[in-house]
Design a protein around this ligand. Structure first.
Ligand code: ADP
Ligand code: MG
Length: 247
């Protein structure tokens, strides 16, 4: 486990504050390298803020973030990408007028070339195909469905050649069939050697896909451990469902 922690992400006493609100409040945890970790918690518990914090969009006001044992706190987001961390956005952020090809090509051109791309992927069209994007690569993003925008977010992040990939609700709002395809994609990304963190609400998916789970509640770490154990924890159930509620 020690080696796994060294290869992953360590959050050491981190706080992110918006005025008086501590969206992340003195959180210490480890995300083991080589695993698929679920980051869960009710709406507003700080999950997206956590992703913004580790990726450098909103640096913590206190504490340290370590990637593979090296501090990355306070580095610019593009420097953090170069260190090997990429993320997707819960609300897809792609300019409507750009094409699939353009969105994937930018990180492909600028990513460090000494890290590997997924097997068989050499260009933007390969990456689009790998992520299950069916429209032609000349298609403008404004014309894409939610499902394709979520796949494009993953394709763009993978084009950064990450060692650690954070997926912020990549399966939200997808049909059952699309969800199954994205689960298979996440498993394939993990099998190619990438450490993955998924933010997800559906317990069935978490139990099936993830090796480790971390629960946030009101900016605090509520629980961490094996998904089956964590999902049975009475405090976790109460945070999701309210006091006195039993399944
Ligand atoms: P989650 O992703 O778990 O639903 P968020 O990280 O988006 O939660 O939000 C955590 C808390 O921080 C919420 O109370 C939210 O309103 C607040 N928050 C998030 N981003 C900002 C921001 N940019 N400015 C002010 N408050 C924010
Ligand atoms: Mg969120």
């Amino acid at each position: 486990m020690k080696g796994a922690v060294m290869n992953g992400l360590r959050i050491d006493g981190c706080t992110v504050a918006f005025g008086g609100l501590r969206a992340i409040d003195n959180v210490t945890l480890d995300i083991p390298g080589g695993a698929i970790t679920a980051l869960i918690g009710p709406n507003g518990s700080g999950k997206s803020t956590f992703v913004n914090m580790v990726s450098g969009q909103i640096p913590p006001v206190a504490g340290r973030v370590l990637l593979k044992g090296e501090p990355i706190t306070g580095l610019r987001p593009d420097r953090i990408v170069h260190r090997g961390l990429a993320r997707t956005y819960q609300v897809p952020k792609v300019p409507k007028e750009l094409t699939i090809q353009e969105v994937i090509s930018v990180p492909l051109l600028y990513a460090r070339s000494d890290r590997s791309l997924p097997p068989g992927v050499r260009n933007a069209a390969d990456m689009a195909r790998y992520c299950g994007l069916r429209p032609a690569v000349e298609t403008r993003c404004g014309q894409l469905s939610v499902s394709d925008l979520r796949r494009l977010e993953i394709a763009r992040a993978l084009a950064c050649r990450p060692e650690v990939l954070l997926l912020d609700e990549s399966m939200a709002g997808l049909s059952l069939e699309d969800t199954e395809q994205v689960i298979a994609l996440v498993q394939e990304i993990h099998a190619s050697g990438v450490t993955v963190v998924v933010i997800e609400h559906v317990m069935r998916i978490i139990a099936r896909l993830c090796h480790h789970a971390i629960v946030l509640n009101q900016g605090h770490l509520l629980a961490e451990g094996q998904p089956h154990t964590v999902l049975r924890d009475p405090d976790v159930r109460e945070a999701y469902l309210g006091k006195g509620f039993t399944l």
